[in-house]
Design a binder for this molecule. Structure first.
Ligand code: SAH
Length: 553
């Protein structure tokens, strides 16, 4: 059974996400309005280790690059098209100060071995490095073609307000389209999205020139102020600088304009700025003939962070956006991240639907209680599950101590049958009781107390309070019996043994029970109590109480 995924917007983000979701086995449908002048359709697709004015190396560059390359190579294999090529990039210093600053910095940090200082290039020297170029327009084209073959691409403008959510599904109003999950990859237009409002918050319009340079550049790409890069795919997939004499068309970019955010707008000022920048970069080495001018609006963010988002209350909705200027490098990792994050959120909310909220702390507190029990358990200990419920803790204890060392009790017969079926083959070896844990533990404590030569039997006693997940919520543990049961359980704990109790505060009656356990914890002598809230920022989150009987002898 394959999941259906909808993607709104087929720029670089939407395309990469579509491939990755399909590799995970999803049926993917992409809807794109076909707006001209998207950032992706005009981008140069460059990838390089040092970027920005300060020539800072991203600490995660290798990771991002490897993820990006393997993603693009896989698309190449599946489509037979050449999308990605390695390039040599020369970053020219734009002033002596810039070069000195770099030299100072790189004397402190170990210089990256893929950046080579070339003192005699340009006016102030240069750094030569390995980079890459993704042919984004071709990627968009092959992705669209692949989807269209199976009717999974629609040219269609979707407003986020037309997206309707219902339990576990999404639907596009007035259409047949529905899916289990949906991602918005709308680029700068995502700002008006009603599900994820206000992001990306810093769109920037960039203009580019298409030029013919004569002679062609000494290396594939030259950067410094502006950049000059081969037109993606120019020379029929040739690798410039590696013997492709016919590659003389370049893109020059890019301007930054946050004011006039008009798609496709090109200006005289933009053209002049780029030509001046080119002259400063290459000096009199080259003659540039302008062939064309384009512009696109990048989906920038103030934090300069890729937007990987899952909707807080509707986890079937996600967003991948804000790739900004380095999309070719970051898109594959970000796409993988948003898919994983979403799957994680969906899993949690499915679990939460079957049990009591909030689920995430509940799960981790259970695990915490288990790992504490594991550390305390010693061979020969008996162990006790005071709230068998669906049998998760009982099964854990049976695996830890062996089934014959386990006693589990629950007041509801159906809980004991659920526990029995969870235990499977070992169920008969476990002592399973239907009854009240307070009465049972008090009975045992009295029997134990009557003979001073008795050793307290239990190494681990576990309580998981509240109601039985997936069943009648009116049967809940009660403050009074819980306190009595914990007191009696502690008397049955061997020195060094532990009693854990996960207490829920979110359901009706939960707060009262919590108050009682907290009160009890304050009153106890000879017992150390650790109180571990599932989420310290959330007063309704569950709390794990860990009672340890202090070592005596
Ligand atoms: N540990 C269980 C969840 C327990 S839910 C699991 O992992 O699945 C709490 C359970 O306590 C419910 O099954 C409820 O029936 C039981 N319970 C409530 N009051 C009780 C009492 N006085 N004595 C014993 N069990 C009780």
């Amino acid at each position: 059974m394959s999941r259906h995924t909808l993607i709104i917007g087929q720029g670089l983000a939407g395309s990469v996400l579509a491939w990755q979701a399909s590799w995970r086995g999803d049926h993917v449908t992409v809807l794109d309005a076909g707006f001209p002048g998207s950032a992706s359709s005009v981008a140069a697709g460059l990838m390089m280790p040092l970027s920005g004015q300060r020539l800072v190396r991203r600490s995660d560059y290798e990771q991002l690059r490897d993820a990006a390359e393997s993603c693009y190579r896989r698309i190449e294999q599946e489509t037979g098209q050449r999308l990605f090529r390695s390039l040599t990039i020369e970053r020219r210093f734009t002033s002596t100060a810039e070069r000195e600053e770099w030299e100072q910095r790189s004397s402190k940090e170990p210089a990256a071995d893929d950046c080579l200082l070339q003192p005699n290039r340009g006016r102030f020297g240069a750094l030569q490095m390995h980079g890459g170029q993704l042919n984004i327009p071709l990627l968009l084209q092959v992705t669209r073609e692949r989807l269209s073959m199976s009717g999974r691409f629609q040219q269609r403008q979707i407003d986020a307000a037309e997206v309707q959510v219902e339990a576990g599904r999404v639907r596009i109003a007035n259409s047949e389209l529905e899916a289990e999950r949906l991602f918005f990859c709308e680029g700068h237009r995502g700002r008006g999205n009603c599900w994820f409002p206000g992001q990306p918050d810093q769109p920037v319009r960039g203009e580019l020139l298409r030029v013919r340079l004569n002679p062609q550049l000494p290396v594939d790409v030259v950067v410094g102020g502006v950049w000059a890069a081969p037109v993606p795919g120019a020379g029929a997939g040739a690798v410039p600088g590696a013997g492709a004499e016919d590659t003389t068309e370049y893109l020059i970019g890019a301007t930054w304009d946050r004011e006039q955010l008009v798609e496709g707008l090109v200006t005289e000022a933009g053209r002049a700025e780029l030509l001046q920048g080119l002259a400063a970069l290459l000096g009199d080495e080259l003659h540039a003939e302008v062939l064309g001018q384009t512009s696109g609006i990048r989906a920038g963010t103030r934090q300069r962070q890729v937007l990987v988002r899952i909707h807080a209350t509707h986890p079937q909705l996600g967003m991948l956006n804000g790739l900004g200027s380095w999309g070719a490098l970051t898109a594959p990792s970000a796409a993988a991240a948003v898919l994983e994050l979403q799957e994680d959120c969906l899993r949690r909310s499915a679990e939460a639907a079957q049990s009591q909220p909030p689920q995430a702390p509940r799960r981790s507190l259970t695990q915490l209680a288990h790992s504490i029990a594991r550390r305390v358990y010693r061979v020969g200990d008996r162990v006790f599950d005071a709230t068998a419920g669906n049998g998760h803790d009982t099964r854990f204890l049976a695996a830890l101590a062996g089934p014959s060392a386990v006693t589990a009790i629950d007041i509801q017969p159906q809980a004991i049958s659920a526990t029995r079926s969870r235990l499977g083959a070992v169920a008969d070896a476990v002592m399973l009781l239907v009854g009240d844990h307070a009465a049972e533990l008090e009975r045992q404590a009295a029997a134990y107390g009557s003979d001073p030569t008795n050793q307290p039997p239990y190494g681990v006693v576990m309580f998981n309070l509240g109601y039985l997940p997936g069943s009648d919520r009116s049967v809940i543990t009660q403050a009074d019996t819980t306190s009595r049961a914990i007191r009696a359980g502690l008397r049955l704990l061997r020195p060094g043994g532990v009693l854990t109790a996960i207490v829920y505060r979110g359901h009706p009656g939960g707060a009262v029970e919590y108050g009682a356990v907290e009160q009890l914890a304050r009153e106890l002598a000879d017992i150390r109590v650790d109180v571990l809230p599932g989420d310290s920022a959330d007063a309704a989150s569950p709390v794990l109480f860990v009672f340890r009987s202090l070592l005596r002898g």
